[in-house]
Design a protein around this ligand. Structure first.
Ligand SMILES: Cc1cc2nc3c(=O)[nH]c(=O)nc-3n(C[C@H](O)[C@H](O)[C@H](O)COP(=O)(O)OP(=O)(O)OC[C@H]3O[C@@H](n4cnc5c(N)ncnc54)[C@H](O)[C@@H]3O)c2cc1C
Length: 498
């Protein structure tokens, strides 16, 4: 274990993408080999010293930032193993937690395999992605990180090591799970709250008869350290094409998305490779498009919304599939002058840049204003999206602060960004965000679909599970971390651990 104490050298571990200041720690411990971790955690538990596990520190919820105690970094545990082919359509790869997502994707991609989760920030460590259950635009077709984790080698706070395979340890009817560690069996009982069955990243994932591996994924460094991960791979696509469609009304955009979602679901269920099957469906509202018009003056005028789509291709039939999309678009009464097509991966890359220009521009404004933005990360159940967007619109009109909405419409997961120019407006926006969150919860949605709760979103999670839910989370955490040392203040406020 390498111990670094010089404050100038360890300063890098005190900043992530949240903009939160004041992070500090007595020292940073950098594991040189896997065996360092159980010894270190046992010692910290015995001394009751809080440990924050740092990944690549790209989270925007301050979950990897320490406020006292020590930092444990797995950055040197970055081995990517060899691919183990199971059959023509399935393979596995074992990686260490400090491997970067980009490196994993490149290695497997170079030999025809795909690790499908695609969060935008690919410099993150796979351990960080597992701890936050990261997901990206292609989640519409491929799902989230959790869907590709076959097994986890973990170390608990008391230094015990466990290999948790998918399908091995399930909760019984009372939520009890008994599992093996190198120091004997452990018995735990899951919290009682049940999360909505939609994309979500709000801490311990709990469902009736839960598989233990699913509960650990998304636990934001509060239950254990992930040290090795077995990931599932699928065959890589041959090509990708896509487009951006501009609509005069939002309702027309919603209608189009509904139609494509229906077709894509059927295609997926029937495993058809010769039909429309969207890989991603992204939404841009009028303000999002206006914001980037300087960069893209060819964006048509008088439009209310845009939809970007991608489709992955596995046979030599891209042209046929593009024709099918064109027919579907035309049959929806959409003016083909308002459609941009990309016929291959490199052209499609330009559209991905188009999409990323929106948050980049927002961040530029935020930096200039020197006031944080308020950004939502909610998802709602099928059929509730237009209701929540209309609700947000009414709220935005009441406060007259610059706002825009974009995001993963395929999964009813939307990022509304509200950009205040001063502290008074910021407070107004935060109050409004609570009202939006309350509406999301009323509609059966989740307050965080992608980025997690960390230290900044407790108030939103409280709207979903209440104080009682927090008590349950704390009780559950204590059953795996007796001396309460791991990831303090992540997911729920630390006062619940007293
Ligand atoms: C430009 C940008 C775009 C982004 N886009 C997306 C996106 O599309 N989708 C998305 O989901 N997120 C996105 N994020 C957020 C961020 O990249 C993810 O949350 C990511 O999973 C964090 O990984 P990390 O390695 O940086 O972890 P960190 O930020 O260092 O830590 C995050 C959490 O993981 C825990 N952790 C890290 N490693 C381990 C481990 N080995 N064992 C146990 N716990 C651990 C930490 O304690 C902390 O709680 C984006 C961020 C940026 C800056």
């Amino acid at each position: 274990m390498i111990i670094k104490e010089d404050k100038n050298i360890i300063q890098n571990y005190f900043e992530d993408n949240s903009g939160v200041r004041g992070s500090n720690a007595d020292f940073v411990a950098i594991a040189e080999k896997e065996e360092d971790i159980p010894i270190f955690l046992k010692e910290m538990s015995d001394k009751k010293i809080p440990v924050t596990i740092a990944g690549a520190l790209t989270a925007n919820t301050a979950s990897g930032l320490s406020f006292g105690g020590v930092v444990l970094s797995l950055e040197k545990l970055n081995k990517i193993g060899e691919i183990k082919k199971i059959d023509e359509t399935n393979a596995l790869i074992t990686v260490q937690a400090g491997a970067r997502v980009n490196d994993i994707k490149s290695k497997v991609g170079s030999i025809g395999w795909l690790y499908p989760p695609d969060p935008t920030e690919k410099n993150a460590f796979i351990g960080g992605n597992i701890a936050t259950n990261a997901s990206g635009g292609r989640g519409f077709k491929f799902g989230v990180t959790r869907d590709y984790v076959k097994a986890l080698k973990v170390v608990f706070a008391d230094g015990s090591i466990s290999f948790i395979e998918r399908g091995k340890y399930f909760a019984d009817k009372d939520g009890k799970i008994i599992f093996d560690t190198d120091k004997g069996k452990k018995e735990i009982v899951l919290p009682k709250y049940i999360l909505p069955k939609i994309k979500n990243a709000v801490g311990y994932y709990n469902y009736t008869g839960a598989d233990f591996i699913d509960v650990l994924i998304g636990s934001e460094g509060t239950l254990c350290a992930f040290i090795e991960i077995v990931l599932k791979l699928i065959p890589h696509f041959k090509e990708v094409f896509g487009g951006i469609i501009f609509f005069e009304t939002r309702n027309k955009a919603y209608e189009f998305v509904r139609k494509i979602k229906d077709i894509s679901q059927k295609t997926k269920d029937e495993k058809l490779y010769n039909s429309i099957s969207a890989m991603s469906l992204e939404y841009f509202d009028k303000n999002a498009l206006l914001l980037i018009r300087d960069n893209y003056p060819m964006i048509p005028i008088n439009i209310e919304a845009g939809i970007m789509f991608e489709q992955d291709v596995y046979e030599d039939n891209a042209d046929v599939l593009i024709q099918k999309w064109a027919r579907e678009i035309e049959s929806g009464g959409i003016d083909m002058e308002r459609v941009w097509f990309a016929s291959n991966l490199s052209e499609m890359e330009k559209f991905r840049v188009f999409r990323h220009t929106i948050p980049e521009k927002v961040n530029e404004i935020v930096k200039k204003n020197k006031v944080p933005k308020v950004g939502t990360d909610f998802a709602v159940p099928e059929g509730k999206l237009s209701e929540i967007i209309d609700f947000c619109d009414k709220e935005f009109k009441n406060i007259s602060v610059f706002n825009l909405t974009f995001g993963h419409i395929g999964e009813n997961h939307i990022h509304a960004n509200i950009v205040p120019v001063n502290e008074a407006q910021y407070q107004e926006c935060r109050a409004m965000y609570i009202r939006i969150v309350q509406k999301v919860v009323e509609l059966g949605g989740t307050v965080s679909a992608e980025h997690g709760i960390g230290k900044l979103r407790h108030v939103f999670l409280e709207e979903m599970i209440g104080e009682e839910g927090f008590e349950e989370l704390a009780k559950f955490k204590k059953s795996l971390d007796e001396y309460k040392i791991l990831g303090i203040d992540n997911i729920f406020p630390k006062k619940y651990l007293i």
